[in-house]
Write a protein that binds this ligand. Structure first.
Ligand SMILES: [Zn+2]
Length: 298
């Protein structure tokens, strides 16, 4: 029995190793959104390992030995950037001692660095605990920015793996086309969206893209837990109007539920990132879910 188990384990280990070695590029993505992007652009030429499950807050992770092991063999790291992973990724990358993926090298890619960021230039008080001092890092929910990021990623992959260049560029163009095809229906659905109360400014790019009003955030400063005084003020401002409350699975549901009850609004728990192993299709479905939740109630 034990021998059979050991054999099964060995086969499993060899199987994983072979799949990764067969890929032209070993990619490590910090989030499932970045993993979906890597799969959309890299397709069969990349082996992708994602460091953070979609139910984890990328602001709050810690460097772990499993991450360091994955980074040691990577040809390319895809981070969201803008200091989203600042608490753990730099340490994990330094510990991996892999010269190919150090910041500044072709093997280190930041998504937020490829696009114009929102919330830049807002006076940020690190002493207060503001976790967005470099602007808002949560670019992953904006389909248009993600198309631009995919194009930049295709060029980066092409530089690292010239034999795959044409394929990477074609895949990025296909991803952009698939997103563009859905834009009109998303625009139509969201044209009369009542607006949303978020916990954190994490869906800002999606709201900004489709003109959905951000009615407030339960956190007064990004990364600092809600205070009773701030919630009271929000209630007074928002009473009598329509809206929805959305929080992520890793944010405490207590204040969101309380606000939804007081205001008579629906409340949804939605992950910021698509499921584990997400590809381009799963990313599109993930955006669909957000659009449905933001849409006017029937
Ligand atoms: Zn944030």
């Amino acid at each position: 029995m034990i021998a059979r188990l050991l054999t099964a384990l060995l086969v499993l280990t060899l199987g994983v190793g072979t799949a990764r070695e067969a890929a032209a590029l070993a990619v490590v993505a910090t989030s499932t959104s970045m993993g979906a992007l890597a799969r959309a652009v890299g397709a069969e030429r990349v082996g992708v390992i994602v460091l953070a499950a979609p139910d984890r807050d990328l602001h709050a992770l810690q460097a772990k030995p499993t991450m360091i092991r994955a980074l040691r063999d990577a040809d390319l790291v895809i981070a969201v950037g803008a200091e989203l992973e600042v608490g753990w990724l730099p340490l994990a990358i330094a510990s991996a001692a892999n010269p190919r993926i150090q910041p500044g090298q072709p093997g280190y890619f930041e998504a937020a660095d490829q696009v114009v960021r929102l919330d830049v230039g807002i006076p940020a008080d690190r002493a207060l605990g503001d976790v967005h001092p470099a602007g808002n890092p949560h670019v992953n929910l904006d389909p248009v920015r993600m198309s631009a990021i995919a194009a930049a990623l295709a060029e980066r992959m092409a530089g690292l793996d010239p034999d795959g260049a044409a394929g990477y560029r074609a895949n990025a163009a296909g991803f952009a086309a698939a997103l563009e095809q859905r834009l009109p229906s998303w625009q139509e659905r969201l044209a009369s969206a009542p607006g949303v109360l978020l916990y954190h400014r994490d869906a800002l790019y999606l709201l900004d893209r489709f003109g959905v009003p951000l009615l407030g955030t339960l956190e007064e400063v990004p990364g600092v837990p809600p205070t009773a005084r701030h919630l009271k003020r929000l209630t007074e401002q928002l009473r009598g109007r329509a809206g929805v409350v959305i929080h992520t699975p890793y944010q405490s549901p207590r204040a969101p539920r309380q606000m939804a009850q007081i205001l008579g609004w629906p409340v949804y728990s939605l992950p910021l990132d698509p499921p584990a192993d997400a590809d381009a299709q799963a990313y599109l479905d993930h955006l669909d879910r957000w659009v449905m939740s933001l849409s006017p109630q029937p």
